[in-house]
Structures are given as structure tokens and as C-alpha cells.
Design a protein around this ligand. Structure first.
Ligand code: FUC
Length: 750
């Protein structure tokens, strides 16, 4: 199939129906309205305020007390003390904000609107709106160009002289924002987000036309009686550039020196160089039953409603492609990483600040990056991690009295804030996110085999691990555990009925550290460096607790076999070992894999998976357990219960992590890299009866193409970027190994 189009028969009524465009840095949500078009704008560095130091001045005293209280089992006292003496001051880091709104007031003359159509074409990353009014067809094409660094609009009509509109910028109404003409055909919108060392921005709108006239009228750009008009919208901020105002004007002016054809051509070439790396084609057994085969494609919002009652294999393909589209549109080298809403947010005070929530959400955003052949889109995460590392050293020292390494809690912001976030006991005191994020550094290396990258970023891995060489404490069994911490963001019940959140040695912490210490040791070996540090980690590693099975046959979430207060909790932190890590696999650790299954079943039978991201995580875990039908069922529920009309993931509200988690799960059903093996079609749902995927990536810098028919592998091709050993496991379990030279292709037939 070729599923690359989102389509609608009406304009967007709200943000959840509007269509996202982005060039990594500038984001736009296109409503497609006919009389007054609204395009909400973002620039990824528009965050509130400036950098701050928020470490609680009483943190070290609090730490000593909390540790003792937890050891004595005085949980609620420990929690109260932690909130008073360890929570950040003030309690929250900075938050993401919209840039503003672009409005287009259209002059169509009188006449009802007919033949309305609104699409987002994922192959060309272009939104198109067409409709007729008074016998004239009007057309708008909109794209966010990475090469030109502007949002571009082309407006045209079927009759000459009928393109007339006014175009304005505004919508923030906070600090000093102001919109003024800056040229005959341009306006400049400037402002700041508060605090003298905060972010200042400038956005410009310039227009040119074929025929007719362009001039500013009031604070808007007015196009009158044209055959066609081109509008360029730029945005720059003080976060990236000192002369952000000049650059904003130059971006828009420079873009309009080129023709639409040239601008469009450069945009499509740039975008497709990433998007076309992977191709996915899924075919269901009963194509006639699909909503999208053999007949006119239903509008996307109607397909989403219909998928509650019937299969739509094509919609899953579209969802995967949309995930890749969002990654390319929201995360490019040199930009900010994807936050809770990617880069698309229209609220001055968004849910959870649209921050980087790093106890699952930000990490999930990058799950499909490497396997989906978008390795360079992963890079912004490491740039942020550098800032986190710098601040986190200070937090380690001031808050924990630890002189080596860095620490970060469960949120960060554009400045790399590392202090605890909120006064919310189930989440606030969790010192593990630096460690989890550092795993992404090694993952990037494993997929790319780029030793230069590893060398440059190894200090992040080392310092993330170094913090824990001091922070870990011995428990009464002599094991090394975190104290204090939480199992994000769950609550346990003590035998006497009391409830607790903070604890010593939650399972997830030990799992993350097992992976981190292993990665760090491996990195020292690859780089031939820090042998002493590696030896220290080798001594600590066996003393970390390993996953254990509890009284329900489940993987224990806490060091004690407590009951959960909310059995169907959205976080399933104790299965980190199953996914994203590979400490639990059906092949290597069958008993733990069975316990992981029991854990999932217990969560799900008590209402688990009720947020989009949780559902997406669950789909990935089923893929790791090789349960193809559960993968399918959970993906279908993700679409029917947690997906908004514009295909954005719904927490609720909109939160982008589920889009990426869902895309990762689709890839994970087709290809897995665990325990050094490349597994082909490890969890292929029966409903994806035949199909093909090209261009997926596997650890070891391999590119993998797979084709299957009637549920059976037809052929696969493994291509090596660098010399290496490919260990492949076929769907039936047969293992094959081959040494490949750089550029060599290995053809496997099923
Ligand atoms: C974590 C989750 C919530 C939400 C928030 C942004 O705290 O537990 O469900 O996703 O992040």
C-alpha cells in the first residue's frame, strides 16, 4: 500500500484537527479555515524565563533524614521531609510556549464554500487546502522548509486577479510583544518570554505576488487582486543568535528571492532524503474489508472512528509513516529535542509545561529514531544532555554532596534544568533520568558504529555512571540500591494498609543502572580508555539487584513484593528490562519473560494502557515477548482510543510520545535487535499477512529489507555499512551468522 496522505473534508475546528508542519525548529499547525485561516506557530526555543538554579538549600540535610526514615520504614514522614527539603525551589522548571498565530483574512467575495478538501501529504511534507467560492477554486499550499528555514505559503486561484487577503502575526499578549511593518511588503513581530536573561524572538512575514499588489496596511501585509501570492514566515530567537531580528527579516526576504518551484523542489529533496530511507507496505488478508483498499480512501478522521469496528491495516502503515514524518519535522541536527508536544503547542501554559519529561516520555519520543533510519534526528537529544550534564554536576554536588558525575530528576527544560520538578511525591525525587538518557548515547553508537561520536559523547555516559558510584547504598542483603527514589509514578500499599511512593531500590533503577554500567564498560573497551573506572563498574555491576518474580508471578516493581494501589497503573517501570532494555527476553530468560507477561496481563486486566504512551509502550513489550496478536490488538486500541483526528497521540490531552512509541512498536514487530541478534519478523500479526519493509536499521550499522507473503518470510537483505558479524534469527528460530564486509549485501530467502 502507499499510505502517505491525511485527508479531511472540513476545516479544523480545534488544535486536535489541525495539521502539523515543521522544519525541526519552526512548527506550524494549519487549521485550513476558508474565511480567516489560522496557523498557530512555534519556534522550538521559545520557552518561558531564563536559566535558574533551583536546588533546595536544605537538600543535604533532607537527604540524610529521608534516607534514614526510609530505612526505618517511616515512609510518610520521609515523603513529607523530601517534599520540604529536597524538592526544587521554586518547584518547577521553565516551560514551552507558542510563538504566536499567523492569520490570513481571505477575500473571496460572496458565495458559499463548496468542494472543500484539506490534506497533509507525508511524502512531500506539504499541507494543501482547496475549495470553491463563487465559482472560483482557491488553493493554498503550505510547507515548512528546512533549507530555507521558513514557513512558506502559496495562494492561488483558478481565475486571475482573485487572490486577495491580509496576513497578520500576533496572539501572545505578554511581554513587550509588538507587530510593526519592517518593509513595504513585510511585518516584524517581536517579543520576549519574560526575565532579562530569557528568550527574545522575532518573526517576520513577507509576501510577493504575481500580478496585483502587495503592501502593508496597518500592522498586516495586504495582497490585492493577484494571480498568485507567496508568503514567507520566519522566526529566530536570542537562544540561537544575537542578531535574531536581522536574521528573521533576512530569512523571509531571502526565501522570496526564489521561485515557488525552486523552494518547493529544495524542500522536497531535503525532506525525502530522510523520509524515503524507509518504505513500509502492509497488506491484510481480506483487503476488501479494509477501509482503504479497492475504494475511495475515507477521510482520516472517519477512518479513525471506523477502526473501532473494523480492521484498517493501511491506517497502521500511515501511523508509522506519520511517526517518521513527525520526527523529521520536529527534530533535526542543531534543533531542540522533541518535547511533550514535539514542537507543536498553542497554549501559553501547556499541560505539564510541554517540557522534557524524562521518566519515560522524552525517551519514548526517540524510540523509533534509530530503527527508522533517522539517526541524525536523535542528535538534538544529546545536545540537550550536554546542558543537563553541566547543570547536573552542580545538582549532584549541592543536593547530594557528590563530587563526581551528574544527576537529573524527572523533568528538564531547554536550559537543562536538573533539580527535582513539582512537589509530587510519586515522581519528584527520582535521580535516574541522566542515566536513562545516557543509554541513548550508546544506542546511537550501536546503530551507527560511529566511534568518533562515541568518543565525543563518552563523557556523558561516564559521568552519568560516576554519580551512582557514590550515590548507591548497601541494602540489608548487601546489594547496591538507590535511596531515595520512586518507581515512576506508582504507589504501593504496605501490609498495614498505609500507602507509599518513595522507596529504596525500585526495580527500574537497578535495571537502568545494569544497562548503564554495561554500556560504560563497553565504551571504555571500544575507546581504550578509563580502565580503572571500568574495573570499578565491573565490581559494582554484580551487586545490583536483578529482576525478581513476585507473588502474582509478576516482575517485582519494588524491592519488597508490595501490592500496587492502582494495579492498572500507566507506568510499567519494572518492565524496562523487557523494553526498551533487553535484560529480559523469551530466549535468554524464559522464566522472567513469563513473569513479564504476567505483569502485563495484570496491568491490562485492571485498566492499564489508558494513556496513549502507556498503550504504545505495552505494544512494544508484547512485540518483545513475540506475541504478535497482542501487538496488533494494542496498536488498534492506540488508534481507536488514543488518537486524535489529526493522528496526534492523545494522553489526553495531546502528547506526542504515543506517536513515536506506536511507530517504534510497528517496527519492533518486524525487526528486533536484542542480545546481539537481528530478529526478522519476530512478532508479525496475522492481519499483516503480506508486505515489505525496506531501509530499517539494525545495531551494527546494518540496513535491513524484509519481504513476507502469507505470514512467511519471503526474502531479506542485510547490508553492512562497516565490516561486522551479522547474527540473524529467522521467524522459526533458525539462527544464521555471516561476516560482512563494508557495503556487502547478504540475501536471505525464507
Ligand atoms: C508522566 C506521566 C503522565 C504524563 C506526564 C507528562 O508524569 O505519568 O502520564 O505523561 O509525564
Amino acid at each position: 500500500m502507499k499510505e502517505h496522505l491525511l485527508s479531511y473534508t472540513h476545516p479544523a475546528e480545534n488544535f486536535s484537527e489541525a495539521l502539523p508542519l515543521g522544519n525541526g525548529r519552526i512548527g506550524a499547525m494549519v487549521y485550513g479555515r476558508t474565511d480567516r485561516e489560522r496557523i498557530s506557530l512555534n519556534e522550538d526555543s521559545v520557552w518561558s524565563g531564563g536559566p535558574r538554579s533551583r536546588v533546595n538549600p536544605d537538600a543535604q540535610e533532607g537527604l540524610r533524614e529521608v534516607r534514614e526514615l526510609l530505612k526505618k520504614g517511616k515512609i510518610s514522614q520521609a515523603e513529607q521531609t523530601a517534599m520540604a527539603k529536597m524538592a526544587g525551589v521554586p518547584e518547577g522548571s521553565r516551560h514551552y510556549m507558542p510563538l504566536g498565530d499567523l492569520s490570513l483574512l481571505m477575500d473571496h467575495g460572496d458565495g458559499a464554500i463548496t468542494q472543500y478538501r484539506r490534506t497533509l501529504d507525508l511524502e512531500t511534507a506539504t499541507a494543501r487546502i482547496t475549495y470553491a467560492a463563487g465559482g472560483v477554486t482557491f488553493r493554498r499550499e503550505i510547507l515548512a522548509s528546512h533549507p530555507a528555514q521558513v514557513l512558506l505559503l502559496r495562494l492561488s486561484a483558478s481565475e486571475p486577479g482573485r487572490v486577495s487577503f491580509s496576513c497578520g502575526l500576533g496572539g501572545r499578549d505578554d511581554y513587550y510583544d509588538n507587530c510593526r511593518p519592517c518593509a513595504e511588503n513585510g511585518i516584524l513581530y517581536t517579543g520576549g518570554t519574560g526575565s532579562a536573561d530569557g528568550i527574545f524572538f522575532a518573526a517576520a512575514v513577507y509576501a510577493v505576488s504575481k500580478g496585483g499588489s502587495v503592501r502593508t496596511v496597518g500592522g498586516e501585509v495586504r495582497v490585492e487582486g493577484a494571480e498568485e501570492a507567496l508568503v514567507a514566515v520566519s522566526a529566530r530567537t536570542s537562544f540561537y543568535l544575537e542578531d535574531y531580528r536581522q536574521q528573521a527579516m533576512a530569512d523571509a526576504q531571502d526565501a522570496l528571492k526564489q521561485s515557488w518551484e525552486d523552494l518547493y523542489g529544495a524542500h522536497v529533496a531535503d525532506y525525502q532524503s530522510l523520509y524515503h530511507r524507509v518504505g513500509l507496505s502492509l497488506q491484510g488478508p481480506d483487503q476488501g474489508g479494509d477501509t482503504n483498499v479497492g475504494k475511495e480512501v475515507l477521510p482520516t478522521d472517519e477512518r479513525l472512528k471506523a477502526v473501532k469496528d473494523r480492521d484498517d491495516i493501511g491506517l497502521m502503515e500511515l501511523y508509522y509513516n506519520f511517526g517518521r514524518y513527525l520526527m523529521i519535522s520536529g527534530s533535526r541536527p542543531g534543533t531542540q529535542p522533541l518535547n511533550l508536544q514535539g514542537i507543536w503547542n498553542e497554549d501559553m501554559w501547556p499541560a505539564w509545561g510541554s517540557r522534557f519529561t524524562v521518566n519515560i516520555n522524552t525517551e519514548m519520543n526517540y524510540w523509533p529514531a534509530e530503527s527508522g533510519n533517522l539517526s541524525e534526528c536523535h542528535l538534538p537529544l544529546f545536545d540537550l544532555l550536554q546542558r543537563v550534564c553541566e547543570n547536573g554536576r552542580k545538582t549532584a554536588r549541592e543536593m547530594y554532596g557528590i563530587e563526581r558525575g551528574f544527576v537529573c530528576h524527572h523533568n528538564t527544560d531547554i536550559w537543562g534544568d536538573t533539580a527535582p520538578q513539582d512537589k509530587w511525591i510519586p515522581a519528584t525525587i527520582w535521580p535516574m533520568s541522566g542515566a536513562w538518557l545516557a543509554l541513548h548515547v550508546f544506542e546511537h553508537y550501536e546503530y551507527t558504529q560511529d566511534l568518533d561520536f562515541l568518543k565525543a559523547h563518552y563523557p556523558l555516559i561516564k559521568e552519568a555512571a560516576a554519580f551512582f558510584t557514590d550515590f548507591l547504598m548497601e541494602d540489608d542483603k548487601g546489594r547496591l540500591v538507590t535511596n531515595p527514589s520512586v518507581s515512576p509514578e506508582n504507589t504501593y500499599r504496605l501490609p498495614d494498609g498505609a500507602e507509599g511512593k518513595m522507596c529504596i531500590g525500585p526495580s527500574m533503577d537497578s535495571q537502568i543502572l545494569t544497562c548503564l554500567f554495561r554500556d560504560a564498560i563497553r565504551a571504555t573497551e571500544l575507546l581504550g580508555t578509563d580502565a580503572d573506572f571500568a574495573d570499578m563498574l565491573r565490581e559494582l555491576l554484580p551487586r545490583l539487584p536483578q529482576p525478581e518474580i513476585g507473588k502474582y508471578g509478576q516482575i517485582k516493581e519494588w524491592a519488597e513484593d508490595y501490592d500496587e494501589v492502582e494495579i492498572g497503573h500507566r507506568h510499567i517501570s519494572q518492565l524496562f528490562a523487557l523494553y526498551p532494555a533487553d535484560l529480559i527476553t523469551p530466549g535468554e530468560t524464559p522464566e522472567l519473560a513469563a513473569a513479564a507477561r504476567a505483569t502485563l496481563e495484570r496491568r491490562l486486566s485492571h485498566g492499564g494502557g489508558h494513556t496513549g504512551w502507556s498503550r504504545a509502550w505495552i505494544a512494544n513489550m508484547w512485540a518483545r515477548l513475540g506475541d504478535a496478536e497482542k501487538v496488533y490488538e494494542n496498536l488498534r486500541t492506540l488508534l481507536s482510543a488514543s488518537t486524535l483526528p489529526n493522528l496526534f497521540d492523545n494522553h489526553p490531552p495531546f502528547q506526542i510520545d504515543g506517536n513515536f512509541g506506536g511507530a517504534a512498536a510497528i517496527a519492533e514487530a518486524l525487526l528486533q535487535c536484542t542480545v546481539g541478534q537481528i530478529r526478522l519478523l519476530p512478532a508479525l500479526p496475522a492481519k499483516w499477512e503480506s508486505g515489505e519493509v525496506t531501509g530499517l536499521r539494525a545495531k551494527g550499522a546494518f540496513t535491513v529489507d524484509i519481504a513476507w507473503e502469507k505470514g512467511r518470510l519471503r526474502k531479506a537483505r542485510i547490508t553492512a555499512d562497516v565490516p561486522g558479524t551479522a547474527k540473524v534469527v529467522l521467524p522459526g528460530g533458525k539462527a544464521l551468522t555471516r561476516e560482512l564486509a563494508a557495503g556487502e549485501c547478504w540475501e536471505i530467502t525464507g
